[in-house]
Design a protein around this ligand. Structure first.
Ligand SMILES: Nc1ncnc2c1ncn2[C@@H]1O[C@H](COP(=O)(O)OP(=O)(O)OP(=O)(O)O)[C@@H](O)[C@H]1O
Ligand SMILES: [Mg+2]
Length: 501
């Protein structure tokens, strides 16, 4: 179906999230939607999918004005949405998740007709090449597969218009390629696709047209063949962005983080980290590369005290921390940018300033004599908001109301707001726009040059190569190679990531 959004306006307290935005997409075409963090992409899509009502403006489907009173209404009209933050229930299996809310009913009793639902899930998976086990539990599936379940859910409801809000932020390069094949297949079959991403290469590869938003407005609409990454970045941020990081050679000093023969188990009790030996010195960045699910998550959790160490030794600044609590690790001067920001990094129902002191409220200068000094906390939070360009109406806004990328910036600002000897950063720029990535990369290098030891874990090869003074590649729980920055080419690291060595 042809989709047109005309002059959509949506005001939130203190933010004009959508300011007379007009976009359109033809049947069977892919519209790439780009825009800096907080530009209004998710809000616009939430309006399209009936979650929010616009203050003004029109939605036209095949030329007919439509207004959806709720998501069910939009689904009936053929609009499917895969949300930025997954909304699947972990304990359901695939068939239940896909059919939930649209179950076939058998007989007189309103019971779930699993056999029919399952058959249709299997058919749809085959038709669109979405390989998923219909009987697997959601919690046991890797994120890439969960993504496909979300897409299946939209297809099951016969979506003619499919919105994918940053679907590739959590995918591996291989999974992203598969997703693109799926998107192309859907478009060829007549589905209109809106694809939101921060990755410029991706939008250039898969979109038929690209619309760029900035601060709630359309900054421009361009064709992939007639634009470049530089132009897109400029349209998004309103200035030129350095897409490559420049840094001087590292000057490594004493060992800060030392892992010797470290073994760590995952939630299912199998060994996720196997005999890892690694040193990170003051003044250097060690980047751990690897496809998601090769033990990096467990490694970081063990270092930061969030997960029990099975055996081996772990020292930070000479202190033994194998069995230390997260609080003790933090108090040793360790900054942690966690992989899962909604679970380990932020509390959505608390304000920006409260989140700013989550792990340091007991320390100077925030606490004096057991009482919180809100004046100092407020001042510090204001500085963070300004320096990291966090788009929020105020520091009293609940973090949950911020856009995805701005939530991530709150964590980084907080973690970099105190002197530290070690920075542990897992996927530090996931979900961030190009301007914010540039800024955070620069701040990480500054921390290095100020003498901190830095361990970065990233599934983004570009990020690993841009930042790592040494690159350690993890595969199947082991470090299968450590390369110096001149040895670390895309090909060399890529081969090791795939288990070839
Ligand atoms: N429910 C809400 N209540 C209050 N403010 C909101 C709400 N939802 C979004 N906003 C605000 O509207 C603006 C646009 O947010 P939106 O989530 O649409 O951005 P986005 O372009 O999707 O960004 P990102 O790339 O970071 O996901 C932001 O300033 C955000 O804080
Ligand atoms: Mg968003």
């Amino acid at each position: 179906m042809r989709l047109e959004l005309r002059e959509i306006t949506k005001q939130f307290p203190g933010v004009l999230a959508n300011d007379r935005i007009s976009i359109s997409a033809d049947r069977g075409k892919v519209l790439g939607l780009l825009g800096e963090n907080g530009a209004g992409k998710t809000t616009l899509m939430n309006i399209l999918s009936g979650l929010y009502r616009p203050d003004s403006g029109e939605i036209l489907i095949d030329g007919e004005p439509r207004l959806f009173s709720d998501p069910a209404d939009a689904i009936t009209a053929g609009i499917g949405m895969v949300h930025q933050h997954f909304m699947l229930v972990p304990v359901f299996d695939v068939v239940e998740s896909v059919a939930l809310g649209a179950e076939p009913v058998t007989g007189l009793v309103h019971t779930f007709d699993r056999a029919t639902a399952r058959k249709r899930v299997v058919e749809l998976s085959a038709q669109y090449g979405l390989h998923v086990d219909p009987d697997a539990k959601i919690e046991d599936l890797p994120v890439g597969v969960r993504q496909r379940v979300e897409i299946l859910k939209a297809l099951y409801r016969k979506s003619d218009i499919l919105v994918l809000d940053e679907p590739s932020a959590v995918l591996t390069p291989g999974e992203t390629e598969e997703l693109f094949a799926i998107i192309r297949g859907l478009a060829a079959g007549g589905t209109t696709v809106i694809f939101i991403t921060h990755k410029l290469n991706e939008v250039l590869e898969v979109a038929d047209t690209i619309t760029v938003l900035r601060r709630g407005r359309v900054a421009g609409t361009v064709l992939p063949d007639e634009t470049s990454r530089e132009e897109l970045a400029n349209l998004m941020v309103g200035r030129d962005v350095e897409l490559t990081v420049t840094r001087s050679p590292a000057k490594p000093a004493g060992v800060v983080l030392e892992l010797v023969d470290l073994n760590v188990r995952d939630d299912r009790d199998s060994m996720a980290v196997r005999g890892v030996n690694l040193e990170v010195r003051a003044g250097e960045i060690v980047a751990v590369a690897g496809v998601q699910g090769n033990g990096q998550t467990e490694l970081v959790e063990a270092i930061t005290g969030l997960r029990q160490v099975d055996s081996g030794s772990l020292r930070i600044g000479g202190q033994v921390v194998e069995h230390a609590s997260p609080r003790r690790v933090s108090d040793l001067g360790v900054a942690h940018i966690p992989e899962d920001r909604s679970r380990d990094g932020l509390i959505g129902s608390m304000t920006v300033e409260e989140n700013y002191i989550l792990d340091s409220y007991h320390r100077d200068p925030y606490s004096n004599g057991g009482r919180l000094d809100w004046k100092v906390i407020g001042e510090k939070a204001e500085v963070g908001v300004r320096e990291f360009d966090i788009r929020t109406p105020s520091i009293e806004t609940h973090v949950g109301a911020l856009s995805g990328g701005n939530q991530q910036k709150v964590i980084v600002a907080r973690e970099f707001s105190r002197p530290v000897q070690l920075v542990i950063a897992a996927q530090p720029t996931r979900g961030l726009d190009v301007g914010s990535i540039e800024y955070i990369h620069r701040r990480i290098i500054e921390q290095r040059d100020a003498g901190a030891a830095i361990l970065i874990v990233s599934t983004e090869l570009d990020e690993v190569l841009a930042l790592g003074d040494r690159v350690a590649v993890m595969f199947a729980g082991q470090i299968v190679g450590v390369l110096s920055s001149d040895q670390a080419t895309k090909e060399a690291v890529g081969m090791l990531m795939g288990g070839v060595h």
